[in-house]
Design a protein around this ligand. Structure first.
Ligand SMILES: [Zn+2]
Length: 52
């Protein structure tokens, strides 16, 4: 098990993408080019929902 608490099966890829995009614009770590756990997680979710 990966220990993921939430399974966003009902989220659309577009919604996740916009969440990720909004995060990268306001997250200090992301803007600094630092590896951010939240961005990594959102990116992973986005990839999952896109695959269906
Ligand atoms: Zn971030």
């Amino acid at each position: 098990m990966t220990g993921v608490a939430e399974r966003p099966l009902q989220q659309s890829g577009d919604k996740v993408y916009r969440s990720w995009l909004g995060h990268t614009q306001f997250c200090a770590a992301c803007r600094a080019g630092v590896c951010c756990p939240t961005a990594v997680r959102l990116g992973r979710v986005w990839r999952e929902v896109r695959r269906g």
